[in-house]
Design a protein around this ligand. Sequence first.
Ligand SMILES: [Zn+2]
Length: 154
Amino acid sequence: MSNTLVPERRNAFPTMLSNKDEELIAAATEAISQRYRDDWQEVGAAMRTRDGRIVTGVNIDAYIGRIAVCAEAIAIGRAITETGDRGIETIVAVRHPKPGEPGKIAVVSPCGICRELIHDYDANARVIVPDGGRAPKVVSIGELLPNKYKRGSE
Ligand SMILES: [Zn+2]
């Protein structure tokens, strides 16, 4: 069913990956390849700060699932800890398959909590996401999180 009244969403930038985006995916893949532990570390993330640094992180899972922390949050925390908040130009997360699981390390979408976090630290961040079996693409965080939560009268 198509609805011609809904305008097509447009990005402010091309959705095709650049060489720098591929470099970011490679950095996230390297991070989780080095630190993968079944049930504990399965996702790697890499972000490029607005001043051009690449910072990686891996998720930390926990026995109490709700205290687990996503790889994107670890990367953002590392970036801020090391040099302060310089914004997020682009961010990506990749998931390592479990032993015996088919497939290889692949780009995954940020969860809802990470979408909030990424938006809080850079409302114009680019996010690399999977594209239904095709090559990953780039979208804006605003496109992934319309009607973002806001405090009070902000
Ligand atoms: Zn998340």
